[in-house]
Design a protein around this ligand. Structure first.
Ligand code: DC
Length: 230
């Protein structure tokens, strides 16, 4: 499906990439530095999944998911945290159940179109002076006219090792092989989504986030943002 043309009055920077590439940390920090709002598109998919499950709905049924979306108010705050019907959702979006079910929701093409429209409305929210959005298709589909499209690249082995280190810091026992398999499975599922699959376009700037520190990567992103007409 071709990306719908957008005409933004506010500046938008997008960071796309695979699961575990560190794009959310970068997008959040960049938004803070710029004084803009952060939009975590993955959290919107998670919040919609949460809403479907709260209503005992079937995440595999596109109509059920669309009906749920039509029945809720969904938005995010400046920090990228999603609110459904005014209730801020946090850790509940990171549960194993949501992890398992969210891909079902993200697989429905009509749901993606409807959710993308809701996300774009964040540009019209009072007080928003700019947006840093991240996800799989934030720059390619959701905000294709963004001033700056970044693709965050990190090899699978590096993502897996980082995830394992994160787990260890949290005291979670985890095995590198199973983390690698889970990330590879998620990559494969993401890759099957046609235009919405994470990909590099002619306009994308590539950020190799495998060796840089967060501060170095942010420095690079700030330079690129400054080079665009935002
Ligand atoms: O980045 P994450 O793990 O929070 O994303 C949750 C799910 O949403 C994952 O299955 C990928 C999907 N997703 C998507 O399809 N498109 C996006 N722009 C962002 C996330």
């Amino acid at each position: 499906m071709a990306a719908e043309p957008q005409f933004h009055s506010l500046p938008v920077v997008t960071l796309d990439g695979h699961s575990g590439s560190g794009k959310s940390t970068l997008a959040q920090r960049l938004a803070e530095k710029l004084g803009w709002s952060y939009l975590d598109s993955g959290a919107w998919y998670r919040a919609l999944t949460w809403a479907v499950l709260e209503a005992n709905g079937d995440t595999c049924n596109a109509q059920v998911v669309l009906d749920t979306l039509s029945s809720i108010q969904i938005e995010s705050d400046v920090h990228g945290q999603v609110l459904v019907n005014g209730v801020l959702l946090g850790n509940e979006l990171r549960s194993a159940t949501i992890d398992q079910m969210v891909s079902n929701v993200a697989d429905h093409v009509n749901v993606r179109t409807a959710l993308n429209q809701r996300m774009r409305q964040m540009l019209h929210k009072p007080g928003v002076s700019g947006l840093v959005a991240d996800g799989r298709d934030a720059g390619t589909v959701i905000f294709p006219d963004a001033a700056l499209l970044v693709f965050v690249q990190v090899p699978l082995a590096v993502r897996a090792a980082r995830r394992q280190a994160q787990n260890e810091r949290k005291g979670i026992d985890s095995n590198l092989r199973s983390i690698t398999t889970a990330l590879a499975d998620r990559d494969a599922r993401d890759a099957a989504r046609g235009d919405a699959a994470p990909h590099i376009t002619a306009r994308s700037r590539l950020l190799d986030n495998s060796k840089q520190t967060v501060e170095e990567a942010i420095g690079c992103l700030l330079t690129w943002t400054g080079q665009t007409q935002v």
